[in-house]
Ligand binder design. Structure first.
Ligand SMILES: [Zn+2]
Length: 268
């Protein structure tokens, strides 16, 4: 090989080397220009549709209250459910009744639970409230007198058939046999004999707010709150019912009325 040929060869090799280097460098220049639009705004991967829920019927769990709450016997005398669908016979009366606080209100209560009622009244007084028991035990006959009397007044005042008046009276007075007062286990408690029984006003009475908060400690429930009226049929902020402490605390904790408490049990 001549010297001239050697120079040509070396020149060709340098040229080839330069070409390689320049092709390697050029993509780097493109990178320096920044990420592409596709890299900045990547098209999101389509999320797969969730599988349709399986349409299995959801059954309400049945709670066996007698098993869950030892000491709660649904057939016990203090847990009897009385309402429009569960009425007492005309001959039903409590085993024994005793005058509340020695008869100062002329009202009677089931002798087996009167101590708990009086302890609750003492508790309210110790908290600074005046206490007055308007009605407690009411025998079937007394309820009948009140109910039929009301129906008669409605019939005469409105000039309507007696049967129709009876249906109207049911909105204001419990039909004989359907009043819990026949059990001797509930008390209508107010701050005086004169305070009118207006539910909306009574609901704001500090005494009744105290009783609603503390009644479970004595084995009582606030039986007819407004939010349960569609179940119980009544709204009576003054009406407290003895059910025993276990059941009372359970119902208060879970915000259940007596009808709901029964519905939870497997035996109901
Ligand atoms: Zn009552």
């Amino acid at each position: 090989m001549t010297l001239k040929n050697l120079r040509i060869l070396m020149f060709a090799m340098c040229l080839a080397l330069l070409t390689v280097v320049s092709t390697r460098v050029s993509p780097a220049r493109e990178d320096a220009a920044g990420p592409t639009e596709a890299e900045l705004w990547p098209t999101p991967e389509p999320t797969p549709e969730p599988p349709p829920p399986t349409l299995e019927p959801t059954e309400e769990p049945v709670i066996d209250l007698e098993a869950e709450l030892p000491g709660v016997d649904l057939n016990a005398w203090y847990l009897k459910l009385v309402n429009n669908d569960n009425s007492l016979s005309a001959s039903f009366s409590p085993e024994n009744v005793t005058a509340i606080r020695g008869g100062i209100y002329s009202q009677y209560f089931d002798s087996r639970a009167i101590e708990r009622l009086e302890a609750m009244l003492d508790g309210a007084e110790a908290a600074g409230y005046e206490v007055y028991v308007r009605t407690a035990y009411r025998p079937y006959k007394s309820q009948a007198t009140i109910f039929y009397g009301r129906a008669t007044v409605i019939s005469e005042n409105q000039g309507i058939e007696y049967a129709e008046a009876e249906q109207m009276a049911r909105k204001f007075v419990a039909y004989p046999g359907t009043s819990e007062h026949q059990l001797g286990l509930c008390a209508d408690i107010m701050d005086s004999a004169q305070t009118p029984l207006d539910a909306e006003q009574a609901a704001r009475l500090p005494l009744l707010l105290w009783l609603q908060e503390h009644c479970a400690e004595y084995g009582f429930i606030y039986r007819y709150p407004k939010e349960k009226q569609d179940i119980t049929g009544w709204y009576e902020p003054w009406h407290f019912r003895y059910v025993g402490e276990d059941a009372a605390r359970y119902m208060a904790d879970k915000n259940l009325c007596l009808e709901e408490f029964y519905a939870l049990s497997s035996g109901a």
